[in-house]
Every structure is written in C-alpha cells, then in structure tokens.
Design a binder for this molecule. Sequence first.
Ligand SMILES: Nc1ncnc2c1ncn2[C@@H]1O[C@H](COP(=O)(O)OP(=O)(O)OP(=O)(O)O)[C@@H](O)[C@H]1O
Ligand SMILES: [Mg+2]
Length: 256
Amino acid sequence: MGVWYRPVGDEVSVFERSFSQRLPVLLKGPTGCGKTRFVEFMAERLSRPLITVACNDETSAADLVGRWLVRGGDTVWQDGPATRAVKQGALLYLDEVAEAREDVVVLLHPLTDHRRRLFLDRNDEVLDAPEGFMVVASFNPGYRRGLKELKPSTRQRFVSLQFGYPPEDVEVEVLHGETGLDVKQAKRLVAWATKVRGQDSLALAETVSTRLLVMAARLMSAGLPPRVACGAALVQPLTDDVATARALQDLVDMSF
Ligand SMILES: Nc1ncnc2c1ncn2[C@@H]1O[C@H](COP(=O)(O)OP(=O)(O)OP(=O)(O)O)[C@@H](O)[C@H]1O
Ligand SMILES: [Mg+2]
C-alpha cells in the first residue's frame, strides 16, 4: 500500500476528471519517465484494481478478450485481461499499445468510445463496462522510429497526457523521495542529466531517463562512490560506444 508519485503538472486532475467522465487516457512519453508509476498511483487513489497488459507485436484481440481452451476432454472458456477488467470494473492498462496487432484496435474502439462495450467471440456475447472501468494506454512516440504508429481514429478516442523528464527541482525531489539520497547529491545527478540532455551531438538512442537517475541514486545511497555508481548505472546503460562513454564519464567526473 502507498504508491509514491510526485506530480509534475496537471496529470492527476486530468486523470481524475477523465475517470469520472468515463474517458480513456493515453500516456505519451519516452521510457522511464513515470508513466507506469503514475497509473499505479492513480489506481490506488481511485480505489480501482489495476490490470496491466504489456503489448508486443504478437498481442492479439484474443489475448485480451479470452479464448476457448481444451482441458481434459472439455473446452472451457478462459477470460483474458480485458474481460476480467470489465467484469471487475478495473483500470485496464495497455502498455505500448501501438505495438499490438491490428485486431486489438477493432476491440478497443467500442470499448473506448461512448459505447463502452466489449464484444466477446463466445456466442456473440457483449459486456457493458461498469462505472469503475477505464482504459489507460501508453505509447512511446518515435520509439523504433516509423515502425508502429497509432491511427488517428484511435488517438482521438483518448484524452492524452504528455510525459517527459520533469523540471530539475521536481526531479531532485523524485530522486530524494525515491531513494533517500541526500539532496546535494541528487542535485548533482540532475545537473549531470541536464547537461547530457542538452547535447544532441552525443547521438544517444534515448536520452537520460528519470529511471536511470533513480538507479544511480540507489547505488549511491547504498554507499558506492558517485563515479562508480554513475559509470555503472548511467554511462554504460546509455551507450556501447567507447568514445561516447568516455564523454559521458568525463561529465560525471566534472559533476562530482
Ligand atoms: N513523478 C515521479 N514520482 C515518483 N517516481 C518517479 C516519477 N517519475 C519517475 N519516477 C521513478 O522512475 C522510475 C521509472 O518510472 P516508470 O516505470 O513509471 O517509467 P515508464 O514511463 O513506465 O517507462 P517505460 O516506458 O519504460 O515503461 C520509477 O520506478 C520511479 O522510481
Ligand atoms: Mg512503464
């Protein structure tokens, strides 16, 4: 109990009003910027169960809705996560929804617009979603560039919140609150991140996430010297290129 989340902007009130108005929410943003933590926090705040599906390119409508299974000599129906979420009035969190197969979109449309209905293959059954049910999805635009996008007809069914790395003072609070690292050291980590984020010439696939900083902060608060902690938790996860790693480590050495 007690998921900790430090709000960055209006995301809590937007989410709460969306929930009360029965609107689905899409969280956009790069890896490690707090999307999952935020959903966990909101589920607890709204007292709803949370059912998460990590979507990949093989995720199909049947994976979400359920399927007939052969058990012994019988065929039995097994509910999938979307069906369970509708029945329980839960938050259904579809992580990386753009990765999923095309038929997932067909299922999502009637579930996310005013109909709030889930169509089951089984005997043409239809489930009406109860009040507590809500679809939340996440999407990392530009990730694996050009491979998968969300169709406008899907996008325009969702209230959307943009996530990113927070302002410096908020990120310092996140590091301190999450790991207990003292504020002075947390400020140094964030100052390093700000420098790196400002340097396009480093050509990183994805820039420094809050998650990475939390990882470094954990190692530091567990007693590792900052340079060692940052090398292992920041520099190496960010790049395999020797010259780039050297440049990142130099910035660490300057900061600590
Ligand atoms: N606003 C915040 N409040 C508290 N913790 C945060 C916040 N933002 C980020 N974090 C920290 O960053 C970590 C990573 O966040 P999270 O797992 O929610 O990222 P994500 O956006 O879901 O990433 P991915 O797209 O890779 O799934 C969390 O475990 C938490 O420690
Ligand atoms: Mg996540």
